[in-house]
Design a protein around this ligand. Structure first.
Ligand SMILES: Cc1cc2nc3c(=O)[nH]c(=O)nc-3n(C[C@H](O)[C@H](O)[C@H](O)COP(=O)(O)O)c2cc1C
Length: 184
């Protein structure tokens, strides 16, 4: 099994997290690819995908990432990803941008679902104490939603700006979860 690892970034933090993921998976995950340098044609060739997206366009209805993902989103539903496991992680700042925490991750989720992907890697809100709302909370995706017990993020939020000390453990635990969900 080979899993594709893709990221968009402005200041490199999403790429850094790809490095932690690669360390956890080893050869099962391909080298991380910057989506600004590659089209999406290879997506269906992988057995699964892990995609990282930061949020820069605070509060925007659409195109919230501010990275190359914004230009690629519309193409994702046209890919044949039926049943393929896809996991998302989102970079954000739960203190500085706590009302719009990791909002761009929801857009990727929505477009991959339209392609028929099997979305995996959802995480509970445990340990995310700072943010006040997000569009990434299941069951209220794409609505500005305050956190409540029982909700889940539609991927792994990573906050290198305000909770950087938690990143490596969060990623490690998430990778363990992904391995189980992908049957590795
Ligand atoms: C101008 C600006 C706007 C931002 N908007 C948001 C936001 O709306 N939501 C959020 O969670 N983080 C927001 N952030 C934090 C970034 O997403 C965070 O720094 C992220 O780690 C950047 O990832 P990158 O280095 O891969 O580009 C913003 C940061 C800046 C400087």
């Amino acid at each position: 099994m080979t899993i594709g690892l893709y990221f968009g970034t402005q200041t490199g933090k999403t790429e850094t997290v790809c490095g932690y993921i690669k360390d956890e998976f080893g050869d099962a995950v391909a080298d991380a690819i910057d989506v600004s340098k590659k089209d999406l044609a290879d997506f269906p060739n992988f057995d699964g995908l892990i995609c990282g997206i930061p949020t820069w366009n605070t509060g925007a209805e659409e195109l919230r990432s501010g990275t190359a993902w914004d230009e690629l989103l519309e193409d994702i539903p046209d890919l044949d990803l039926k049943g393929k496991p896809v996991a998302l992680f989102g970079l954000g700042d739960s203190v500085g941008y706590g009302e719009d925490f990791v909002d761009a991750m929801e857009e990727l989720h929505r477009h991959f679902e339209k392609a028929g992907a099997k979305m995996i890697g959802y995480v509970s809100l445990d340990g995310y104490e700072n943010f006040t709302s997000s569009r990434c909370l299941i069951p209220h995706l794409n609505e500005i939603t305050k956190p409540e017990e029982g909700m889940k993020f539609c991927g792994l939020p990573v906050d290198e700006d305000s909770e950087g000390e938690l990143t490596e453990e969060r990623v490690k635990n998430w990778c363990t979860q992904l391995k189980l969900e992908m049957g590795l």
